[in-house]
Design a protein around this ligand. Structure first.
Ligand code: ADP
Length: 257
């Protein structure tokens, strides 16, 4: 339990560092991007226009990295009613521009009306990360599949460090038939800043894991080199009952406001 606490504290410091750094970087990058954009339209000097386009592209890439750092760092979430159909529709819409013609995309909600407690934006970000990874693993094209189902999970499903209760879970699966991963990559996948990509941030999966953990759920991965990869998200459908201590703590916080 002590090792777990140390790990959690380390994680929190990293999140705080990432959050501070991202805000500062964003403030630097946004004007840079704007400057690049206006230079790029400079008619009188093609060389300047080319430099402008370069500045713009670097600014854009930087902002994307900052965005993934921010979504990783964002801890507190707002709980709402998430409808599965709406979540997957939004995902499909977001992906439409990024899916190459050689990729066959299938997004299917088994039960679109299924609703659960969670945060729509965060889950959308999480699924988007997984889908973009899947697309990047299929440079030659292939099949991207997002599917869902409900499953009862027993206590033996969870690892000792996962504070999850047995019960009914929603399983969301993002599957690709791309490169797959070797053993070394599978081992390090969720480490901060671990990436095998030239312009990767190595924060995408960590951010997913954090979002899923914030929902009281867990992630699993199956992958085979040359065959493809499946990421599963398990989200609890029954909210764990509040412990008396938690209820009391909350009363203390808000009771006499
Ligand atoms: P990034 O995408 O920026 O590299 P991630 O944390 O999202 O960061 O992913 C870490 C690494 O995990 C990737 O660099 C890649 O090697 C591997 N990976 C993630 N998803 C897949 C996938 N669907 N297929 C193959 N490899 C993957």
């Amino acid at each position: 339990a002590e090792a777990e606490l140390i790990r959690a504290q380390r994680f929190e410091s990293l999140a705080m560092l990432a959050s501070g750094l991202s805000h500062d970087l964003r403030n630097l990058l946004q004007p840079l991007l704007l400057a690049g954009e206006s230079l790029q339209d400079y008619q009188d000097d093609p060389r300047l226009a080319r430099l402008g386009a370069l500045v713009r592209d670097c600014g854009r890439r930087g902002l994307q990295m900052v965005q993934s750092m921010l979504s990783f760092a964002r801890g507190a979430r707002r709980a709402e009613r998430v409808r599965l159909g709406a979540l997957l529709d939004a995902l499909e819409l977001l992906l439409q521009g990024s899916v190459p013609r050689a990729v066959n995309m299938a997004i299917q909600a088994e039960n679109p009306e299924l609703a659960f407690e969670g945060n729509h934006t965060e889950l959308q970000q999480c699924l988007l990360n997984l889908c973009l990874n899947a697309l990047q693993a299929m440079p030659q094209g292939g099949r991207l599949e997002v599917s869902s189902g409900q499953i009862d999970l027993g206590a033996d499903f969870f690892l000792p460090e996962e504070p999850c209760r047995p019960g009914r879970y929603l399983r969301l699966t993002v599957a690709d038939n791309g490169t797959g991963m070797d053993e070394a990559t599978l081992q390090r996948l969720f480490e901060p800043f671990f990436t095998t990509k030239e312009t990767g941030t190595g924060l995408g999966l960590l951010s997913c894991k954090r979002i899923v953990a914030n929902h009281g759920g867990v992630m699993r991965v199956e992958s085979e080199q040359g065959k493809g990869t499946r990421f599963h998200l398990y989200l609890p459908l029954e909210l764990p009952a509040e412990t008396p201590e938690e209820a009391e703590a909350e009363e203390g916080l808000y009771g006499d406001a």
